[in-house]
Design a protein around this ligand. Structure first.
Ligand SMILES: Nc1ncnc2c1ncn2[C@@H]1O[C@H](COP(=O)(O)OP(=O)(O)OP(=O)(O)O)[C@@H](O)[C@H]1O
Ligand SMILES: [Mg+2]
Length: 278
């Protein structure tokens, strides 16, 4: 299972929206996707469950070693997407991970251990949504994933915040290489979100593209009220507004990631061509 964390220490940049829609876009390509909601606010889970989410989730796995993740992972209405809710006590657990005893003990590896309890072959990809600000929980997530996906909202100081995140990624990466077998931590992609037609947004998007180069997905995600409409209904935008530019940006990013990971080549296109042939 390839795990990727959607992260940015800045709030409101589109992390949860990106986690929701990348999960759906990857699932559309026939990959089995687990969306892990590691933000106590539960925004990513609510994107699939507008009516409300389970009280039990990641938090319960953090406090109870005898529980298996499979007991708490739930199917969604979207084919191939399952979710793990944050659990009501996640904020509390996250605070406790800051101590050096109790939940803080071996904290770097707690998420890694939970993901490893999922039987091989159950999911192809785990997409993890994270909360803004750097917490011990978020650091533990960086120890558990292969890559990070960084959404950037092209507003003033967008790049400054991301440079701090890059420094953290480098530190974790060095530690991982030295002390674990999980190899370096890579930036799997940067996606420019919530773009508009203003000059300042264009300028900052250009700066982001110059700075991160090929890591930035070619299509950016435009601002659209459809995102809020989709979210309120508990449907990922890539399904709700399939033909829109926002969906297209996430579908494109999913295709590029799957290709970079060397997963089987485009299954969506295969399906389309099979239909034509049939
Ligand atoms: N492309 C977009 N166009 C319009 N609205 C968007 C877009 N992307 C996200 N939003 C909206 O912006 C708000 C913040 O997005 P989101 O919750 O994904 O950000 P976040 O980085 O996860 O925030 P937090 O740091 O609070 O977890 C939400 O109301 C979401 O619906
Ligand atoms: Mg969020």
């Amino acid at each position: 299972m390839i795990a990727i964390a959607v992260t940015n220490a800045k709030g409101g940049v589109g992390k949860s929206t990106t986690a929701i829609n990348m999960a759906a876009a990857l699932a559309e390509r026939d990959y089995k996707v687990l969306l892990v909601d590691a933000d106590p606010s539960g925004n990513a889970s609510l994107g699939y469950r507008a009516e409300g989410i389970s009280a039990a989730g990641l938090a319960d796995l953090l406090v109870n070693d005898t529980l298996s993740p499979m007991e708490l992972i739930e199917a969604t209405d979207v084919e191939n997407v399952s979710i793990l809710s944050p659990g009501e006590r996640l904020a509390h657990c996250s605070d406790q991970m800051g101590s050096t005893t109790g939940l803080g003990h071996g904290r770097e590896f707690r998420i890694r251990r939970i993901l490893r309890q999922i039987p091989a072959g159950t999911f192809d990809i785990a997409v993890i949504d994270t909360s803004p600000v750097v917490t011990p929980l978020n650091v533990a997530i960086l120890y558990a994933v292969r890559e990070v996906l960084i959404p950037i909202d092209p507003c003033v100081a967008a790049l400054a915040g991301v440079k701090a995140l890059e420094a953290l990624i480098r530190d974790v990466s060095d530690f991982r290489k030295e002390f674990t077998d999980s190899g370096p931590l890579n930036i799997g992609g940067v996606i420019v979100t919530k773009t508009d037609r203003t000059l300042v947004a264009k300028q900052i998007e250009n700066e982001v593209r110059n700075y991160f180069g090929d890591s930035v997905f070619p299509k950016s995600v435009p601002m659209s009220v459809k995102f809020r409409e989709a979210y309120a209904r508990g449907i990922p935008l890539v399904i709700y507004d399939r033909a829109g530019q926002g969906a297209s940006a996430y579908q494109d990013a999913a295709r590029i990631l799957a290709e970079r990971w060397g997963l089987e080549v485009p299954k969506v296109d295969d399906k389309a061509s099979r239909k034509k042939a049939g």
